[in-house]
Design a protein around this ligand. Structure first.
Ligand code: PLP
Length: 440
């Protein structure tokens, strides 16, 4: 057996370059993190060789004694991490990632063309929460189900719960999703629950972005109110690239028309994951989930998540002091949404400028943006930088880098005949000061 370096030096060299990029740059994409060596060990283990369609004790293949142990361990640790009683909550650790997890939830609890409501993508929701444009159904969620998004108040940037409640009464959704990809404030799960109870809808919380913060007990947990909780395991949770679904067992409430809402979710969701949507589980990733859940129970993990939030608050305050407008005026979590129009830029240009100086982030719509295609902001997150050990003082330095780069980029845009991206490239390649700072 030869390793990658020997058997495929071409590919090994590309991976090495990516490793260097991850090492040398400032990673501020809010959904990314650096996972642990233990998780990487799981991902590259022999577990990847094994087929195990089905669930522990009920497989369609032989030889699954140890695979069953891995999956049961991941399930048990998931319940333990989020303080869930095994009689009340089931868990499925097989979804390949967050998007398949969400599709499995809708497939399990909805019939084709049933109605769902999620936070609109330009307002901070995720594609899988039902995104469509006036001309195109973009997400499979909007192709197979009828989606009506709810929105944030364009002035405050906060979710407009009153409008959601009103719209839900007319639209009568089967599922309401409480989850965010770019929203820096806490969700009011109690209010979501009331709205769902009013119309007999399931409350699904998608805590993909904030799962690590929930696990550490630093922000409110959705489990008190939700029927179903989906998550990815690779963002703040710092595990492998994968998805998990938690679902309630037993009967909970009565619909307004008097019908009992039965939580036969266990069978429906497990069925939806396999065999409806997926085949053999990725057992190497499931092992990674198990060990990430173990790490997330540790005091070090709580301390890490505390620093993630502190760093995000310092980032936010620093940018406001430099004159940037931050959506909702602050942050309670790991991310900050910055309106870059005050610097004379668009989100796309700001993303590009920051990339040139080694800072990775993504362009994002800000509340009130007319077009999702030409957003006015950037999303910045602190999970990855915090994993690398950056503290509040370091983040102040990062704020200066960002500010200097954006201001110089805006100057370059003005100086150039037209604001062409190639012009920025040249300015930054020539700007030793910025390059040296970032490489410090
Ligand atoms: N849900 C939310 C809230 C997300 O932010 C994301 C990804 O960014 C997903 C689901 C989908 O996860 P994945 O990219 O693993 O499919």
């Amino acid at each position: 057996q030869t390793n990658l370096e020997t058997s495929d030096p071409e590919l090994a060299a590309i991976i090495k370059k990516e490793k260097e990029r991850q090492r040398e740059g400032l990673e501020m994409i809010a959904s990314e993190n650096y996972t642990s060596v233990a998780v990487l060990d799981c991902l590259s283990s022999c577990l990847t060789n094994k087929y195990s369609e089905g669930y522990p004790g009920k497989r369609y293949y032989g030889g699954n004694e140890y695979i069953d142990m891995v999956e049961l361990l991941a399930q048990a640790r998931g319940r333990e991490l989020f303080n869930l009683d095994a009689d009340k909550w089931g868990v499925n650790v097989q979804p390949y990632s967050g998007s398949p997890a969400n599709l499995a939830v809708y497939t399990g609890v909805c019939r084709p063309h049933d109605r769902i409501m999620g936070l609109d993508l330009p307002d901070g929701g995720h594609l899988t929460h039902g995104f469509f444009t006036p001309t195109k159904k973009i997400s499979a969620t909007s192709i197979f189900f009828e989606s009506m998004p709810y929105k944030v108040n364009p002035t405050t940037g906060i979710i407009d719960y009153d409008k959601l409640a009103e719209a839900a009464k007319t639209f009568r959704p089967q599922v309401i999703i409480a989850g965010i990809s770019c929203y820096s404030r806490l969700l009011d799960y109690k209010r979501f629950r009331e709205i769902c109870d009013d119309v007999g809808a399931y409350l699904m919380a998608d805590m993909a972005h904030v799962a690590g913060l929930v696990a550490a007990g630093l922000i409110p947990s959705p489990f008190e109110y939700a029927d179903i909780v989906s998550t990815t395991t690779h963002k703040t949770l710092r595990g492998p690239r994968a998805g998990v679904i938690f679902f309630r067992k037993g009967v909970r409430s009565t619909k307004p028309n008097g019908d009992k809402v039965l939580y036969d979710l266990e069978e429906r969701i497990n069925q939806a994951v396999f065999p409806a949507l997926q085949g053999g589980p990725h057992n190497n990733a499931i092992a990674g989930i198990a060990t990430a859940f173990k790490q997330a129970k540790s005091p070090e993990f709580k301390e890490y998540q505390t620093r993630v939030i502190k760093n995000a608050k310092v980032l936010c305050k620093g940018l406001i002091e430099k004159g940037y407008v931050v959506a909702t005026g602050g942050t309670d979590v790991h991310l900050v949404l910055v309106d870059v129009r005050t610097a004379g830029l668009t989100g796309a240009k700001a993303e590009y400028i920051l990339e040139l100086v080694g800072i990775a982030c993504n362009k994002n719509t800000v509340p009130g943006d007319k077009s999702a295609l030409n957003p006015s902001g950037i999303r910045l997150g602190t999970p990855a930088l915090t994993t690398r050990g950056l503290n509040e003082k370091d983040i102040e330095q990062v704020v200066s880098f960002i500010d200097e780069a954006l201001k110089a980029g805006a100057e370059a845009a003005k100086a150039a005949a037209g604001p062409k991206l190639a012009d920025y490239h040249k300015v930054f390649n020539d700007n030793e000061k910025i390059k040296n700072k970032v490489n410090d």
